[in-house]
Write a protein that binds this ligand. Structure first.
Ligand code: GTP
Ligand code: MG
Length: 334
C-alpha cells in the first residue's frame, strides 16, 4: 500500500535541535582493551560497571578489583578516558553549546525576568520554600508552558508526594490555548515510592528519550528531598543520605546536559532554631543540592496572598526578587 507523504506545515523547533552535548557513543566496559568476560565480571562485582568508573579509577584500584597487571590497568584507564573525551573544551565550544540553551517561560513576566528569560534547559533549577509557597503549582505550570513553547515536547513529572493533579494541567493548558487532552498526554507522570525508586525513575527518563523517542524538555522532581528526609533519620545517617542525594543530583545533571532539557526540583525547608536574624529557614539537602543546582529560587508567601521568588545564586544573573500571584490559570504579575 502506498503511503501518503504528509509534510508538516511547521517543523517544531525542537525536532531539529541537537542535544546540547553530544552523547558519548555508549562504550561498554567490555569494549576496553584487555577486558574479557571474566575480567568484566570481576570489575562489575567490584562496582566498576561503567566506563566512567574506570576512567576515574587509579591503576591500583583496578589491579585489586580485577587482578590485572599494572600495564593492563593503565591501558584500560587510558582507553576509558579517550572514550569519554574527558579533556578540555575551548571557550568557543562552550559558547556554541550555550547557544542551544532555551528558556521555558513561567507565564509571569516578573518571574521570567528574574531568571533572564525563564527556566533554562541544560540546567537544574531548585525551588525551595515552605508549604504552600507554590513549588508544586509551578511544577504544573512549567509542565504546560513547555508544551506551548516547544510543540510536541514532553514533560516528565516525578511525583513523590502524590500531589500531581491532572485537572490542574487541563485548566492551565486551556488558559494558554493548548488542547487540554493533548497537554495531559504529553505529561508523563510517575509516582516515586521511595528514594531508590525515585533514582530509578531518572534512569527511565533516558529510556523514554532513547527508546520511545520522546522529546523530553523538562523533568520535574517534586519533591526532590522528601523521601531522603524520611528515610534517613537519626544520627549517623546524614553522610549516607548526602552521598545518595549526590548521586541522584549527578544523574539529573547528566540528563539536563546531554539532552538539553530543563530539570526542576523542589525542596522543603526546615527551621533553623539557632538563627535570630534574617530568615529562620534553611533548605534540606544542604550543600549537595545547592551546589548541583544551577539556579536556586527561594519561594515565600508575600503580601496580600502574593508569592515572592528570590533568586539565590546563579552563575550569571544578579540576585533579585519577583512578585506574582498564584492563580487557577497560572501566574499573574502583581
Ligand atoms: P508543599 O509541597 O506543601 O511544600 O507546598 P508547595 O510549595 O508545593 O505549595 P503548592 O504549590 O501546593 O501551593 C498551593 C497554593 O497554590 C495554594 O495555597 C493556593 O494558594 C495556590 N493555588 C492557586 N490556585 C490554585 C489552584 O487552582 N489549585 C491549587 N491546588 N492551588 C492553587
Ligand atoms: Mg508541593
Amino acid at each position: 500500500m502506498k503511503q501518503k507523504l504528509v509534510i508538516p506545515e511547521e517543523v517544531p523547533e525542537t525536532v531539529m535541535e541537537e542535544p546540547a552535548r553530544k552523547q558519548e557513543k555508549e562504550t561498554l566496559i567490555t569494549d576496553l582493551p584487555g577486558v574479557g568476560a571474566a575480567t568484566a565480571e570481576k570489575m562489575v562485582a567490584a562496582g566498576y560497571d561503567n566506563v566512567m568508573a574506570i576512567a576515574v579509577a587509579s591503576p591500583g584500584e583496578l589491579i585489586e578489583a580485577a587482578g590485572v597487571t599494572e600495564a593492563a590497568s593503565r591501558k584500560m584507564i587510558s582507553a576509558a578516558r579517550d572514550a569519554l573525551s574527558m579533556g578540555f573544551e575551548s571557550g568557543e565550544e562552550i559558547m556554541k553549546r550555550r547557544e542551544k540553551v532555551r528558556k521555558i517561560s513561567t507565564g509571569s513576566k516578573n518571574f521570567d525576568a528574574l531568571l533572564g528569560g525563564g527556566f533554562e534547559t541544560s540546567a537544574i533549577t531548585e525551588c525551595f520554600g515552605e508549604f504552600g509557597s507554590g513549588k508544586t503549582q509551578l511544577a504544573h505550570i512549567l509542565s504546560v508552558q513547555v508544551q506551548k513553547q516547544f510543540p510536541e515536547s514532553v514533560a516528565v513529572y516525578i511525583d513523590t508526594e502524590n500531589t500531581f493533579r491532572p485537572e490542574r494541567i487541563k485548566t492551565l493548558a486551556e488558559a494558554i490555548g493548548l488542547d487540554p487532552t493533548k497537554a495531559l498526554k504529553n505529561v508523563k507522570v510517575a509516582r516515586a515510592y521511595n528514594s531508590d525508586h525515585q533514582m530509578l525513575l531518572v534512569d527511565k527518563v533516558e529510556e523514554l528519550i532513547k527508546n520511545q523517542k520522546l522529546n523530553v524538555k523538562i523533568v520535574v522532581v517534586d519533591s526532590l528531598t522528601a523521601h531522603f528526609r524520611a528515610e534517613f533519620v537519626g544520627r549517623g545517617t546524614l553522610a549516607d543520605r548526602q552521598q545518595k542525594l549526590n548521586r541522584h543530583m549527578h544523574a539529573l545533571m547528566k540528563l539536563a546536559d546531554i539532552y538539553n532539557l530543563s530539570v526542576y526540583v523542589t525542596n522543603q525547608v526546615m527551621a533553623k532554631p539557632d538563627i535570630f536574624f534574617g530568615d529562620p529557614t534553611q533548605a534540606i539537602g544542604g550543600h549537595i543540592v545547592a551546589h548541583a543546582s544551577t539556579f536556586r529560587i527561594y519561594m515565600r508567601k508575600g503580601k496580600k496572598g502574593s508569592r515572592v521568588a528570590k533568586l539565590i545564586d546563579s552563575p550569571s544573573l544578579p540576585e533579585g526578587e519577583a512578585n506574582f500571584y498564584l492563580e487557577a490559570d497560572g501566574l499573574r504579575d502583581t
